[in-house]
Design a protein around this ligand. Structure first.
Ligand SMILES: NC(=O)c1ccc[n+]([C@@H]2O[C@H](COP(=O)([O-])OP(=O)(O)OC[C@H]3O[C@@H](n4cnc5c(N)ncnc54)[C@H](O)[C@@H]3O)[C@@H](O)[C@H]2O)c1
Length: 264
């Protein structure tokens, strides 16, 4: 018996990285999974691989910047598998060339990132909740980021939108808790998804490792296991929370790594 046996899940941004790893783990734990992504070929390929291994999965197109497309992905899930128990609002991202400091950031990019990272969570939840109410409950999981809690020299829109995700998670938890719908978020630290590995030079990855409490960086499955926990009934008394999965990176005074030589 899998940990999410017979549940139906929709995962957004599931063709790559954290979304893909989470969709694969949910399927292996018994869920029927719809993988939704802008990269529909990637989503369908990943679903086909899961099916070839004997699991239940389908891929579908999603543009998380469009309300109708989000609605369509939710309806496709219900039409395909008859219900919706788990929604993982995972799509998100930034643009390091445009999402800069407050004086210099591109305002159109600010709006786009609010839509991509925050409004997509609102809309996914809005369309999923009535279906969850029909089956007596469900679990909504949102991908936030540790950027929601700690500021940065750039990425002002990204961090602010992810802080919104943390707070919206609490609103959904409060508003639909009595319907047995739980809503939690995960705040990843640096996770070595293909996108992160391709865009960050080794020297930068080493700086992240230096400031982690643990001696390594995170992998997509580290978040995926958190998703399975929040999706399953194992977390049935947990709602409104943000699980920080970040290697202890943000849990100490930031000067600690540099001051270590004085305290040895
Ligand atoms: N990787 C990290 O270090 C890290 C850290 C903190 C938070 N996060 C968050 O985790 C989530 C997943 O990140 P990832 O690193 O796995 O990214 P990724 O780039 O590997 O995957 C993102 C997926 O989303 C899809 N996508 C992008 N825009 C879309 C759109 N408009 N509509 C539909 N699909 C779209 C892409 O095609 C891709 O498959 C994001 O919300 C990100 O902000 C990542």
């Amino acid at each position: 018996m899998g940990r999410v046996e017979n549940k139906v899940a929709l995962v957004t941004g599931a063709a790559s990285g954290i979304g893909l790893a989470s969709a694969q783990l949910l399927a292996k734990e018994g869920a029927k999974v719809v993988l939704a992504d802008f990269n529909v070929e990637g989503a369908k390929e990943a679903a086909a691989e899961l099916k070839a291994q004997g699991f239940e999965a389908e891929g579908v197109f999603l543009n998380a910047l469009e309300e109708q497309s989000i609605k369509d992905a939710v309806e496709y899930t219900v039409d395909t598998y008859g219900k919706l128990d788990i929604l993982y609002n995972n799509v998100g991202g930034t643009n390091l060339h445009k999402d800069l400091d407050v004086v210099n950031l591109d305002l159109a990019e600010w709006d786009r990132l609010m839509d991509l990272n925050l409004k997509s969570v609102l809309l996914g939840s809005r369309f999923a909740i009535p279906h969850m109410q029909k089956v007596g409950g469900g679990s909504i999981i949102n991908t936030a980021s540790m950027a929601a809690f700690a500021s940065d020299a750039i990425r002002s829109a990204y961090g602010t939108s992810k802080a919104g995700v943390v707070h919206l998670t609490k609103y959904i938890a409060k508003q639909y808790g009595k319907d047995n719908i739980r809503c939690n978020a995960i705040a990843p630290g640096l996770i070595l998804t293909p996108a992160a590995k391709n865009s960050l030079p080794q020297e930068m990855l080493d700086i992240f490792t230096k400031y982690n409490a643990l001696p390594y960086n995170g992998e997509a499955n580290d978040i995926g296991y958190g998703v399975v926990y929040l999706a399953s009934d194992e977390s049935k008394f947990m709602t409104g929370q943000t699980l920080e999965i970040e290697g202890g990176h943000y849990q100490a005074n930031p000067t600690t790594a540099d001051l270590a030589k004085f305290t040895k």
